[in-house]
Structures are given as C-alpha cells and as structure tokens.
Design a protein around this ligand. Structure first.
Ligand SMILES: [Zn+2]
Length: 216
C-alpha cells in the first residue's frame, strides 16, 4: 500500500475536525501532499469521520486522478489539487464549514484582525474569496486568488466556508481551528460594540515575533 505513514497521519488528523466542532456529519475534509512523490492523500467521499481508517484514505496524483483507493475521493479533491499545483509551499489543505467563520462567509465579510492572536497567526485579516460551485477546481482557484498577497494561511469563500493551508496538514488544521476561534471572538465582540483597531506596525511585529521567535 502506498504512503502508509501519510495515510495514518491524514486519518488521525481528520479526528481533530469533529473534536474541535469544525464539522457536521460528513462535511469537511483534509489532505496532505507527500514531498517525495507529490501524491496527495485525501478523505474518501461521504464516509463518516468515525469510520475513517488509514486503509480507506484515497491517494490521487496532482491532477486529482485516482492512484490508489477503494473509495471515491472527496468531492473537493480537484480543488485541493489545484491549490497544491499553484502553491508549491503548501503540503496540507483543510476545508470546513465551521459555524462562526461560515457566518462571516455567508455575508461575504473577511474576518478583521482585532486580536493579538490573529496578528500572530494570520498577520492581518482572514480574507473572503469569491463564489464557486462544488465539484470542479473552481473552488481551488478562488482560494488561491484569495490567499495571493495575504499572509493569512486561511481564507473564507463566500456562501461556503473555510479553506486553510500550511507546510503540513497539521499546520493547516491549526489554521482552521484558529480561524473558527477568531471568528467566534469577532462575532461576540460585534455584539458588545466597536472593535478597537490594532496599528498595522503592531500587527507586523506580532506576526514577525510569532513566526520567527515563538515556541521551542
Ligand atoms: Zn464545502
């Protein structure tokens, strides 16, 4: 069987989606790209999260063609592959319809940067990209457009939900979790009043410290 370790990793990380309340029923998916072969391991379509195993993950090539798997790949596969083809630094992609972030997507509003945590992780707002129907690679095109010229590892797509990317699937999932957390904070902040701005220079400092100094 191809890529046993990456299959295991992608399967294990999928459990984080329901665990962090980012998905309902079978919605949401994640994939990882193998740096050696450029093959992509992704969730099978329509299988419940508790039934996912390393064996039933699907392996596709960068064009989304089936390489190995007993199941049909996720309906977002063409879009994940478009992102990998156009963002060579990306090795993990996560997609959710998480509740608060998708509420921002429904009204086509980017999530603005009003917390130090957002400055750290996203270096500014989480942008909202354009509309695309599910099934082809158009969603991937809207994601790449939205992330161009942004430091954010995540974006929203209008009327749809969240796409997060990273140098690994684990980093992408972290960005998806932080997107939802910050969307919820902003939702509640708007109920209380006018969010206080953070100066761009301070956002730049936060981002720089977190990306280059923070952690072990
Ligand atoms: Zn979706």
């Amino acid at each position: 069987m191809l890529l046993p370790e990456l299959r295991e990793e992608v399967c294990t990380l999928h459990a984080q989606l329901p665990l962090n309340n980012l998905v309902a029923w079978t919605s949401g998916n994640l994939s990882a790209r193998d740096p050696e072969t450029d093959l992509v391991v992704i969730k099978p379509s329509g299988i419940r999260f508790e039934h996912l195993t390393p064996d039933n993950m699907v392996v596709v090539d960068l064009d989304g063609q089936l390489v190995e798997g007993d199941y049909k790949a996720s309906s977002d596969t063409a879009s994940h592959c478009y992102i990998y083809r156009n963002m060579p630094e990306v090795y993990g992609v996560v997609h959710t319809h998480s509740r608060y972030a998708t509420a921002f997507a429904v009204i086509g509003r980017s999530i603005p940067c009003h917390t130090t945590a957002m400055g750290d992780e996203f270096g500014g707002e989480i942008p909202c990209g354009g509309f695309a129907l599910v099934g082809g690679q158009e969603i991937g095109q809207r994601v790449v457009e939205a992330l161009q010229g942004s430091r954010s590892p995540a974006c929203l797509l209008i009327n749809h939900g969240v796409f997060a990317v990273g140098p690994s699937a684990e980093k992408a999932i972290k960005a998806a979790i932080m997107t939802e957390d910050n969307a919820a904070i902003m939702y509640f902040a708007y109920q209380l009043g006018e969010p206080a701005p953070i100066a761009q220079a301070d956002i730049d400092s936060l981002y720089d410290r977190y990306q280059n100094v923070y952690g072990q």
